[in-house]
Design a protein around this ligand. Structure first.
Ligand code: PFF
Length: 434
């Protein structure tokens, strides 16, 4: 079995797993706070435009690359042309770098589930967040625990591990999200929250916001490091990529909006600024939960849904690098998973300590955690998307055909692929480098 490349057992499993990859901390944690920072509804409009017209294109391209060349990200690029192998290697490395900070956040989530489930609930979460991270052992052990909870699924295999995990966790995630969003709508701040999300104030429009929207769209769709190439490589011949992309961006966007509908009414009910930033979910929200009835139930559901979202995205990240080792070195899945476990562990160590012991150690003025976040989201992922777009647009025409199909709309998408996306992504990279 080991040397036979696995395939998704059904189309639904593939769609659920790709939604699982796309829907993650990016939707629930990053989207609301970035939208908060950039003024709400106007950001949402720009973001929707970016997802539907710009980022759907590299997403389709990556899935098509995987489907045609049926290998790990490095081999896919190498099969297109051996000169392009380097882009695959960069993708594989990015797939190890992202978990090194993403899983630290996963560790915090486990900690919050734990305290709301059985522990004493702290009275002041901003003090608690600092103390939690000042201790080197707890966040680190929880990061490792989160890594173990995630890597177990690719370790088991595609059908029995990855598919099963997604098929169970994603529906549970959906139910919990709808429940909490429904609850939030009954709160007194619901109207103000919805106005913030849906009533645009065009004076908030800015160039920087366009960039933030694009960055968010790339991150949330898991584009630019080979996760979608890897998931596409397990597809059967008859699957229609364009249709899959519509489904995927539909669900990813609905989840991001529901996350906003869940978070903003809560925030406005309690008079907190929606611009609280990255700590919104770990400081402001838990603080608010304390003042609502059924604190523990609410908080556990919230952090559990965050946990499922993070695990299913983490699985796709790990699978990308594990598949590289399996395919290229003919290693068994189990051995590859073990090596990737060690690699992520090594990098997650300084990343987790960035908030405590190693906070003074800086790379380009950033802590190790922030540095990883910065180079992956602002440089490596836009760069990976640019490589995929240029190669599909100008070198390997079969990819665009597989990605878009035929007809006038496909011609429009191919035009965007060749002439619009490269300059847009180059602009993102240049600005991201500043
Ligand atoms: N799309 C995930 C999120 O929104 O949280 C993050 C992510 C997962 C990025 C997988 C890249 C990736 F390959």
């Amino acid at each position: 079995m080991e040397n036979k490349r696995p395939e998704w057992t059904s189309y639904i499993s593939f769609i659920i797993a790709t939604i699982g990859s796309a829907v993650g901390l990016g939707n629930i944690w990053r989207f609301p706070y970035i939208m908060g920072e950039y003024g709400g509804a106007v950001f949402l409009l720009v973001y929707l435009f970016m997802v539907a017209l710009i980022c759907a294109i590299p997403l389709a391209v990556e899935l098509a690359m995987g489907k045609i060349y049926k290998s790990d990200v490095v081999s896919v690029y190498e099969k297109i042309n051996s000169r392009f192998k380097i882009f695959g290697i960069i993708g594989g490395i990015t797939a190890v770098l992202i978990p090194a900070f993403y899983f630290v956040v996963g560790g915090w989530i486990i900690n919050y589930i734990w305290i709301f489930l059985i522990n004493d609930i702290p009275a002041d979460f901003s003090a608690y967040f600092l103390t939690m991270n000042a201790n080197p052992y707890i966040p680190l052990s929880l990061t490792v625990l989160f890594l173990l909870c995630t890597i177990i699924f690719p370790f088991i295999g595609l059908n029995k591990g990855i598919e099963r995990a997604n098929n169970i966790m994603m529906p549970l995630f959906g139910i919990m999200l709808i429940l909490l969003a429904g609850y939030a709508l009954t709160l007194s701040g619901a109207q103000e929250g919805l106005r913030f999300m849906f009533k645009p104030d065009f004076s908030k429009f800015s160039g920087e916001m366009i960039l933030a929207a694009l960055g968010q769209a790339l991150f949330t769709l898991s584009i630019g490091m080979g996760a979608m190439i890897t998931y596409g490589s397990y597809l059967k011949k008859e699957v229609n990529i364009r249709k899959s992309v519509y489904t995927l961006i539909f669900f990813d966007t609905v989840v991001a909006m529901l996350a906003g509908i869940m978070i903003f009414p809560i925030v406005f009910t309690n008079g907190i600024e929606p611009t609280a930033g990255a700590t919104l979910v770990f400081i402001s929200l838990p603080q608010i939960f304390l003042s609502l009835p059924f604190t523990r139930v609410l908080a556990v559901i919230f952090f559990l849904l965050l946990f499922f979202a993070a695990i299913t995205s983490g699985i796709s990240l790990l699978e990308t690098s594990i598949a590289c080792l399996c395919d290229r070195f003919k290693m068994s899945r189990k051995k590859s998973a073990l090596l990737i476990f060690l690699a992520v562990l090594l990098l997650a160590l300084p990343s987790s300590l960035s908030f405590g012991l190693m906070t003074d150690i800086r790379i380009f003025d950033k802590t190790f955690f922030d540095f990883l976040d910065y180079i992956t989201s602002n440089i490596l992922m836009p760069f990976g998307s640019l490589a995929a777009v240029i190669i599909a647009g100008w070198y390997a025409k079969n990819i665009a055909k597989e990605a878009f199909g035929e007809g006038n709309f496909a011609r429009l998408l191919t035009f965007l692929l060749k002439f619009v996306l490269p300059p847009v992504l180059i602009a993102v990279l240049i600005i991201g480098l500043n």
